[in-house]
Design a protein around this ligand. Structure first.
Ligand SMILES: *[C@@H]1O[C@H](CO)[C@@H](O)[C@H](O)[C@H]1NC(C)=O
Ligand SMILES: [Cu+2]
Length: 238
């Protein structure tokens, strides 16, 4: 009895602190061109964003003040980009996120005039990648198996110039109750070179694209569902 109680407390404590951060892009240094929280994510523990109507849903902030970075990372249109996720700013590749935190892993972009200054809040966002659920494994399972590296493709047909690149992971372990889904996101500052500008993506607003009752947000992870539709727009394709 005592033993199972302490186990339950340990499990609750580990899940409370078992969050995640998109810490770096394309093997760069942590926080170099990526707006990461200004503390290690452990003390105090990162707060997941749970309010989809909050401005913090765009590029984090609010309960997790982020550190500004003057770097803008050059990324070739049509190339592969690698977003590295870690439990905290000091975690190694074996500590990505608690395995209980199942859910989709996604990426969005937004064209901006100055990536170092734009808050990301408002219209202009389009989704470029989405890894949801294949009936067996979740995007988070694949992210852990890939040592925290989310691999996406920067569309070849967008206009060159500066963008915010927003990596997002939604943990659904508590999503069966309203506002129980946990949103983790950071924004990278990128300069896309070589885009053909032959297509203009339809865009959505953040906040705005999500509502608390979306099927992919108010979702029972333990209900035996074989399919899952992540929230937000469909993925932009060239
Ligand atoms: C973005 O790339 C273009 C084309 O190479 C370059 O002219 C511009 O200075 C770059 N801007 C930034 C902020 O890196
Ligand atoms: Cu967590």
């Amino acid at each position: 009895m005592k033993f199972s109680t302490s186990l339950a407390i340990a499990a609750a404590a580990s899940s409370a602190s078992a969050h995640t951060i998109f810490v770096s892009l394309n093997g760069g240094a942590i926080g170099d061109g990526v707006r990461v929280p200004s503390y290690d994510g452990l003390k105090p523990s990162l707060q997941p964003i749970t309010e989809v109507t909050s401005n913090d849903i765009a590029c984090n902030g609010g309960p997790n003040p982020t550190t500004a970075t003057s770097k803008v990372i050059t990324v070739q249109a049509g190339s592969t980009a690698k977003l590295t996720w870690r439990h905290s700013l000091t975690s190694g590749s074996g500590d990505v996120i608690d395995a209980s935190h199942k859910g989709p892993v996604m990426a969005y972009m937004k064209k901006v005039s100055d990536a170092t200054k734009d808050s990301g809040v408002g219209n202009g966002w389009f989704k470029i990648a989405e890894d949801g659920f294949d009936g067996t494994k979740w995007g988070v399972d694949r992210l852990i198996a890939a040592a925290g590296v989310q691999t996406i493709t920067i569309p070849s047909c967008i206009a060159p110039g500066q963008y915010l690149l927003r990596g997002e992971l939604i943990a659904l372990h508590g999503a069966q109750t309203a506002k129980g889904a946990q949103f983790y996101m950071e924004c990278a500052q990128i300069n896309v070179t070589g885009g053909s500008a032959s297509k203009t993506p339809a865009t959505v607003s953040l906040p705005g694209a999500y509502s608390a009752n979306d099927k992919g947000i108010l979702f029972n992870l333990y209900g035996g569902a074989k399919t899952y539709t992540p929230p937000g727009p469909s993925v932009f394709a060239c």
